[in-house]
Design a protein around this ligand. Structure first.
Ligand code: NAD
Length: 276
């Protein structure tokens, strides 16, 4: 599947000196989170991985990032549905590395269904993982960043934080919500050397996207090929999926010193989707 596998190298073409910094990335055992963790590691940051998955595969990923980029990499299994585990995750970053410089709220799930068929438990889980987990990580990271006098919080939102698509009620609501959280906390932390921003990607060919192709086909009554061509890529004027390295580039800007005045806003990386 093109773009599906996250490569060991990053080719964003940008570099920022993150040596000595600690980055915590929720949902970094797959897809965008894994790619962004590698992008930060490639620039010298020590990494806390988090996410679901097979124990041995996660350990192999952890060891591979550490070896490839020569940084320290830890893994914490906090479930983003569980506030106590999220608090423990943030505390783990501080206890392992003594600091937390970059918090990337990336964990997310999707469910595609008509509103009248939308399972209530899916609504609850999407709001909890895609929105409320970021409230918890930010709440616990804030005292650490305030004490440091510097921090970078980046929320992986979506083009669906800015515009809607049918059959994605919970996802669109959660992503719109995270933009509100981004702006609010940005105002609260602005005088503490900490910026809070969102990245709003268009479609990236990850396991999350592959998994929704079938459901979207069913909800719209069209073929899976038509979903890719007429629903996903038709939303993006470039007619191309967004590449991992393009998101790494946006993230590196936000966490750099050049990004110090970019606060409480979002970077769209969507091929022009929301310009329409
Ligand atoms: P993915 O399915 O490849 O990865 C999701 C990650 O979240 C995995 O590491 C998974 O283990 C983790 N996760 C899921 N539930 C969790 C839980 N309860 N606790 C802890 N971790 C959990 O998906 P992706 O496409 O890489 O999505 C990553 C983020 O990017 C999501 O927030 C998604 O909404 C957003 N996004 C994706 C796209 C896209 O086209 N793929 C576009 C815009 C935004």
């Amino acid at each position: 599947m093109p773009g599906h596998k996250v490569s060991g190298q990053t080719a964003s073409g940008l570099s920022v000196d993150l040596r000595g910094q600690t980055a915590l990335i929720t949902g970094s055992t797959s897809g965008i989170g894994e790619a962004l963790a590698k992008g930060l590691a490639a620039n010298g940051a020590n990494i806390i991985l988090n996410g679901l998955g097979d124990h041995d595969e996660i350990e192999a990923l952890r060891a591979d990032i550490a070896k490839t980029y020569g940084v320290e990499v830890r893994y914490h299994s906090a479930n983003m549905l569980k506030p106590d585990e999220i608090e423990d995750l943030v505390g783990y970053a501080k206890s392992e590395f003594g600091r937390l410089d970059i918090l990337l709220n990336n964990a997310g799930i999707q469910h595609v269904a008509k509103i009248e068929d939308f399972p209530t438990e899916k609504w609850d889980a999407i709001i909890a993982i895609n929105l409320t987990s970021a409230f918890h990580t930010i709440k616990h990271a804030t005292p650490i960043m305030k004490a440091q006098g510097r921090g970078r919080i980046v929320n992986l939102a979506s083009a669906h934080a800015l515009v809607a698509s049918p059959f994605k009620a919970a996802y669109v609501a959660a992503k719109h919500g995270i933009l509100g959280l981004t702006k609010t906390v940005a105002l609260e932390l602005a005088e503490h050397g900490t910026t809070v921003n969102a990245i709003c990607p268009g479609y990236v060919r990850t396991p999350l996207v592959d998994a929704q192709i079938g459901d979207t086909a069913k909800a719209r009554g069209i073929s899976e090929e038509a979903v890719v061509r007429d629903v996903m890529l038709s939303a993006q004027p470039t007619k191309k999926f967004v590449e991992y390295d393009q998101l790494v580039g946006a993230l590196l800007y936000l966490v750099s010193e050049s990004g110090a005045s970019t606060n409480g806003t979002h970077l769209s990386v969507d091929g022009g989707w929301v310009a329409q």
